[in-house]
Design a binder for this molecule. Structure first.
Ligand SMILES: [Zn+2]
Length: 171
């Protein structure tokens, strides 16, 4: 009687193909639940981060275009949130956008990033943040390549790249 009808609801499945309508729905109606939360005060983040890292991740700054070698790096790897270490993106979903910022077609799972309407700078965009620690990552646009058609335009400063794990994922 108390059994769950949807036992997999609380898992974090990998995304098949994320769509722009899902992204806009989350941005306007609320985001998927994060796997866990990490919260720190502004002073604590300032202690942990450089000025540049703090400005971009906690004050929603944007790094200069073409300022990171990560734009041109397509080796296998995982991209974690600089602030909290949560895995956000996989190199398998990274592509050459020629925009000057690392670009991905989707995150590693639906709950790790959050979406917010952003009307700053006279534009209507959707901001992307880490769903675990609220770090500003960048924006997502509906002009990416197949199959998702999405372009996650992410500040390299907001990411920490780590090599692929040797241990295989459970399947
Ligand atoms: Zn984070």
């Amino acid at each position: 009687m108390a059994g769950h009808e949807h036992p997999k609801e609380h898992d974090l499945p990998s995304i098949d193909i994320l769509t722009w309508s899902e992204v806009t729905h989350w941005a306007t109606h609320g985001n998927p639940s994060p796997p866990f939360r990490i919260e720190k005060t502004e002073a604590q983040w300032r202690e942990l981060l450089t000025d540049k890292q703090f400005r971009i991740t906690r004050l929603k700054g944007t790094e200069r275009a073409h300022s990171s070698e990560l734009c041109q790096l397509f080796e296998p790897g995982r991209y974690e949130c600089l602030c909290c270490g949560t895995e956000l993106f996989d190199a398998a979903n990274k592509y050459q956008s020629n925009t000057g910022w690392p670009s991905f077609t989707q995150p590693v799972s639906p709950g790790v990033v959050a979406y917010h309407p952003d009307a700053s700078h006279g534009m209507h965009r959707i901001e992307v943040t880490c769903n675990v620690c609220d770090a500003h990552l960048g924006h997502v646009f509906p002009d990416g390549p197949e199959p998702s058609g999405l372009r996650f335009c992410i500040n390299a400063v907001s990411l920490h790249r780590s090599p692929v794990r040797e241990r295989g994922r459970l399947s």
